[in-house]
Structure formats: structure tokens, C-alpha cells
Design a protein around this ligand. Structure first.
Ligand SMILES: Nc1ncnc2c1ncn2[C@@H]1O[C@H](COP(=O)(O)OP(=O)(O)OP(=O)(O)O)[C@@H](O)[C@H]1O
Ligand SMILES: [Mg+2]
Length: 591
């Protein structure tokens, strides 16, 4: 428990250097301030009691160091704080609070009463701004702040409050965000006397799972990278678990929940190759950085920070996440197999979705994990160094994807490898391969282009004609030699050779569609990979095409050589492995 420090008024000059502004907008903002104070007091247990969505009452009790009775009135003074006393302190601030403003701001728009007892006091003391001095009261060590009738006397503000249930939802989100960052503290939340959340102190991973649910934790991969001055830990979703909404994105900098453009961009970049379009990754990330390298005094509500070395932060975050995603791709693709046991009856494998959701990394697969990882690594070396091959390795070991046996329903390829059966979604797999090839070709600036024997002319409408007009250079760069030849028609003379066998008209239309949503030409460059993903999707083998065994084997070899070939560009998996052990379990063999 941290020691109770003395609350003192901040010097005027420092006051003027602190980001000022009103921070109390709604019950959730009161709750945030009170929870942060309870955390700063070194509490190990915090309890929140709300009435009427927090509009009627917000009460936060903690078991922290408390406030001495003679200091209670200072806690309600504007610009009086125990957390910093100089500009130097502000530059290294480690506490959540530092402005000495929150309680005063709350007190000016509601009825606030504070009851506190330090370890050395014989009983608690209570104070509010309507009293001239503190009064004796009952209570254990710690502090309770009771806030009632928010905005009762500020009708202009009250008007902006929503229904009790909406305000409660905001409070509950605030509670979750704050609790997630402090698994070492136990938190409880009551609404209208009913217990809503009970979060005992635990580990970081368990707290994330307690707050966001077990499914979330199961679909995520852990992230942990320490670099001395900057450390990152937490969980990020596998691309297969991406969402349509950005509602599960939690970023903390030094324990503070913030929104930050640098880090958001770094995260998007890490997912760029495995998430399509508007799909959103989910993450809980704790970035810990030397306090002197980050400025928290940017926004009065402390929602934002400023990094001294934002370039370094960007590259650290994006590299760490990228390698976590690659690692998980190796593990989930090459080692994860459906876990078959009594909780997962065999019939669930009939549905694609069920098969996916049961792809969890189990302890029993840990050994096969390891060997697969080795094979994968060995296979990589093999491609670089032919000598490894001469060391007479078992052929099936050198070909992790095994050999094609058959194609079913024109959709899936079945292959046998050393460990059992592999099922490949051929369209998704091919799409991934084409995408990687296009990307490499673009990077190396040698995208080969195929001239069309007969130029194609088609009607696209005036809007797309103007896009062709405006972006003809960018299109040429992507391999499309296309120009307007009428008010609503365009003529296409060449396409990227890799895509020449697909449905060219649909391909062209989708690329134009993408460009029209992307907007400016600066963006077209930035979003090039998304365009390549669209192109790959339309240039790949469609379902219902019959392949020969040789063609299927060629696809399997291509998959082995393609980075991240286990996920298609939309984040869907491209293949799954059923080991002999899984198959045995399905048939109750050896049970
Ligand atoms: N729960 C608590 N336990 C112990 N001390 C508290 C508690 N809440 C407030 N205090 C004391 O009251 C002071 C004023 O709190 P207040 O929230 O107004 O300002 P702050 O936390 O210092 O800065 P900020 O305005 O940025 O939150 C704190 O500096 C702290 O010393
Ligand atoms: Mg505070």
C-alpha cells in the first residue's frame, strides 16, 4: 500500500501548464475519476454502488491509504493534489490523477460526501463542502466517496443525460476498462443494490477473460515483448476472430485507457495482410513505457497521450504484433487440429463453423505442435539449402501439406500427410497464394502483365469512367491498361498475368469499386494491399472447378511456399488438419 501523501495546492504556474477543461459530462465520467482516485490510493479492493444508472447515486469505496481528517477539505479544493508538486513531477507522473481537479469538479455539479480513515486514525471522518469542518463517522481504513443528484442544479447539463439504462451501460463500460488494467485489485459493481460484476484479484490473462468472456480469450493469442524502456503485453485476436465493429479494442498506456493514432495505425499495419476491408481486430494491449517518454498532460480527461518517440513506438508495436500473428499462424495452421473429446461430439465437424470454433490449442497437441514447428522451420531451410534434402529426410516430412488424394464437391481438396488428413478450401488457399505473389511482384516492381488478345470493351457507367480517367496511372501500375472510350464505356487492354484466367470483367468492376470507396490517389497507394486482395479474390480458382491430382499437388506445394497460407485474405482459414489421433477418437478406436 502506498503511503498517504500530503495534499497541497499546486503553484499557479504549474496550474497554467496543466491541460484544463471540464471533464464531468455524465455519471460514467464521475465513476472514472473516483475509480482512478481509489487506485492511486493503493487499494487492493474497490467497490462501486450505483443507483439509477449513476444519475441518482455513485458511491465508490476503497481500502486504500485514506485521507487525514485535517486534509479532507483540501481534497475538495481545486488544484490541490498529493500526486505532483512540480513540473518535473508532471513530466514523470505515474499516478492516474495529477490535476487536483476531479473532486472539486464533481462537487460543483453534485452533492459529494467523502468519508475516510487512515491507518493511524481511531475512526473515520466525514466531510462535504456544506460543512465547516469534518465530523466523526464510522468506517474501516480507506475512503468512500458518495456522489448524489448529479446535475440536479445544472439543468442545462441534465438535459444531455440519456436514460438510466444507457447511463448505466456507460458506467459499466468505464468500470470494465479500468478493472481490466488492474487485475491485482478486486472490483465489485452493484446497480440498484444488485451485484452486477464480481472480479476477484487474479492474473492479467484471467482478468481479460473475466471481463470480456472466455470465448474472447480462446480466440486470442498472447503478446509479450519487453524492450527495457518500452514493454507490451496483452492479447490480440486471431484474424479469424475479427469483428465488424471496433468494439473490442482496448489500449492502455502505463495503465491508462487511451485512444492513440500512432498505436492504432501500428496495429492496423500488423493485421494489414490478414484482415480484409472493414474487419476489425480485437485486442487488449498494455503498453508500458518509461513515464519520461510519454506526455499524459494532453487532454483534460487524459484520453490521449503523446509519445516522445512515436516512430519507435509504432515500429515496436507493429513488429511485435506481426510476429505474434505469424507465430500463431504457424501454430494454428500446422499444429492445431480439431480437439476431439466428449465435449465435442464428432457430428459437430459437419459444419465448417463448428470445426473452426473447436480449433483450440490443447495440451495434448503440445508435442505435435513442437514437431510441426520444427518441420515448418526445416522446410524453410530446405528451400534455401538443397543440401538438407540430400540428408535423405523422409519425403512426407519435407512436404508438410502432404499429397492430394481427391477433391470433394468441387470445393475441398483432401490430402494425406505424415500426421493424417488435411482438408483444404481450394479457393481460399489459392486466393492467399495469388495475393502473396501479387504483393511480392508489386514490391519487386516486376508485375508481369498479359496483353489481351482482343481488348475488352464494357459498359461501366459514367461514375466509373471518371474513375478510370482519374486513376489511369494507378491502374496501369496495378497491371490494368484501361482507358475510357465513351461516356459510359471503358476499354481494357491488359491485366496482371496472374489473374488473366479469371473472370476479368468482374475483376475490373471490383477494382473500380474499391478505388471509388478509397477516394484520393494518395490513398490508392496506401490501400494497395487491399486492392491486391480484391484482385486475388477474383483471380483465384472458383469453387466448382475440377482439378487434376497434379494441379492439386501444385497448389499444396505453393501453399507450403507461401507465407501465412493458412489464412485467406479475408481472415478465413484455408485448411485444417485432422490427425490420425483425431480420426481414431471419432471412431472410438482404442477406447
Ligand atoms: N480514494 C481516495 N483515497 C485517498 N486519497 C484520495 C482519494 N480520492 C482523492 N484523494 C485525495 O484527494 C486529492 C484530490 O483528488 P482529485 O481527484 O480531485 O485530484 P487528483 O487525483 O490529485 O488529480 P485529478 O484531478 O487529475 O484526478 C488527491 O490528490 C488525493 O490526495
Ligand atoms: Mg483524481
Amino acid at each position: 500500500m502506498t503511503l498517504q501523501a500530503t495534499i497541497t495546492p499546486l503553484p499557479d504556474k504549474l496550474v497554467s501548464q496543466i491541460a484544463a477543461g471540464e471533464v464531468i459530462e455524465r455519471p460514467a465520467s464521475v465513476l472514472k475519476e473516483l475509480l482512478e482516485n481509489a487506485i492511486d490510493a493503493g487499494s487492493s479492493s474497490i467497490e462501486v454502488r450505483l443507483q439509477g444508472g449513476g444519475i441518482k447515486r455513485i458511491m465508490v469505496s476503497d481500502n486504500g491509504h485514506g485521507i487525514r481528517p485535517e486534509q479532507l477539505h483540501l481534497a475538495l479544493n481545486r488544484h490541490a493534489t498529493s500526486k505532483i508538486s512540480s513540473l518535473k513531477d508532471l513530466e514523470h507522473v505515474g499516478s492516474m490523477g495529477f490535476r487536483g481537479e476531479a473532486l472539486a469538479a464533481i462537487d460543483s455539479v453534485a452533492r459529494l460526501t467523502i468519508t475516510s480513515r487512515t491507518k493511524t486514525c481511531e475512526h473515520a471522518w466525514q466531510f462535504n463542502s456544506r460543512l465547516s469542518k469534518p465530523e466523526a463517522s464510522s468506517g474501516t481504513t480507506g475512503t468512500t466517496v458518495d456522489v448524489r443528484q448529479l446535475f440536479d442544479e445544472v439543468p442545462a447539463r441534465r438535459k444531455f443525460l440519456r436514460t438510466e439504462s444507457t447511463e448505466y451501460t456507460h458506467c459499466s463500460q468505464t468500470f470494465s476498462r479500468i478493472a481490466m488494467a488492474r487485475p491485482d485489485i478486486s472490483f465489485r459493481l452493484f446497480h440498484n443494490e444488485k451485484l452486477q460484476r464480481n472480479l476477484p484479484a487474479t492474473t492479467m490473462m484471467q482478468r481479460i477473460s473475466d471481463v470480456l468472456g472466455k470465448e474472447f480469450a480462446a480466440e486470442c493469442v498472447p503478446v509479450d515483448n519487453n524492450h527495457g524502456l518500452i514493454n507490451i503485453s496483452g492479447m490480440i485476436s486471431r484474424p479469424t476472430f475479427a469483428r465488424n465493429r471496433a468494439d473490442r479494442q482496448f489500449l492502455y498506456v502505463n495503465g491508462r485507457y487511451v485512444r492513440d493514432k500512432t498505436v492504432s495505425h501500428a496495429i492496423r499495419q500488423a493485421y494489414a495482410d490478414v484482415l480484409h476491408g472493414d474487419r476489425q481486430p480485437a485486442f487488449v494491449l498494455f503498453l508500458d513505457i518509461d513515464p519520461s517518454l510519454v506526455d499524459v498532460n494532453v487532454h483534460p480527461a487524459k484520453h490521449e497521450v503523446r509519445f516522445r518517440e512515436s516512430g519507435a513506438v509504432h515500429s515496436f508495436v507493429s513488429k511485435t504484433l506481426q510476429s505474434a500473428l505469424e507465430q500463431s499462424a504457424i501454430e494454428s495452421g500446422l499444429a492445431q487440429s480439431p480437439v476431439i473429446n466428449n465435449q465435442h461430439p464428432p457430428q459437430t465437424y459437419g459444419s465448417r463453423h463448428a470445426a473452426q470454433s473447436s480449433l483450440t490449442l490443447s495440451d495434448t497437441s503440445a508435442t505435435s505442435n513442437k514437431s510441426w514447428e520444427q518441420i515448418y522451420k526445416a522446410e524453410k531451410t530446405h528451400q534455401e539449402d538443397i543440401k538438407v534434402h540430400e540428408a535423405s529426410r523422409d519425403q512426407s516430412e519435407a512436404m508438410p501439406m502432404g499429397f492430394a488424394i481427391a477433391q470433394i464437391h468441387g470445393i475441398y481438396i483432401l490430402a494425406q500427410n505424415q500426421h493424417g488428413l488435411i482438408i483444404v478450401d481450394m479457393h481460399a488457399a489459392h486466393e492467399r497464394i495469388v495475393y502473396e505473389k501479387l504483393k511480392t511482384a508489386m514490391q519487386e516492381q516486376n508485375l508481369s502483365v498479359q496483353e489481351l488478345l482482343v481488348p475488352m470493351v464494357f459498359d461501366v457507367g459514367e461514375e466509373y469512367v471518371s474513375i478510370v480517367h482519374e486513376y489511369s496511372d494507378e491502374l496501369l501500375n496495378l497491371g490494368f491498361d484501361v482507358s475510357p472510350t465513351g461516356p459510359a464505356t471503358i476499354t481494357l487492354r491488359s491485366v496482371p498475368a496472374l489473374l488473366a484466367n479469371g473472370d476479368i470483367e468482374t475483376l475490373m468492376r471490383h477494382v473500380l469499386d474499391d478505388i471509388s470507396t478509397i477516394g484520393t490517389s494518395a490513398h490508392v497507394k496506401e490501400k494497395q494491399n487491399e486492392l491486391l486482395a480484391t484482385m486475388a479474390c477474383h483471380g483465384s480458382i472458383r469453387a466448382n472447378r475440377l482439378l487434376t491430382i497434379d494441379e492439386m499437388n501444385a497448389l499444396l506445394r505453393d501453399m507450403e511456399n507461401t507465407e501465412r497460407s493458412d489464412q485467406c485474405n479475408h481472415g478465413r482459414p484455408t485448411w485444417v488438419q485432422w490427425t490420425i489421433k483425431d480420426l481414431d477418437a471419432m471412431f472410438w478406436r482404442g477406447q
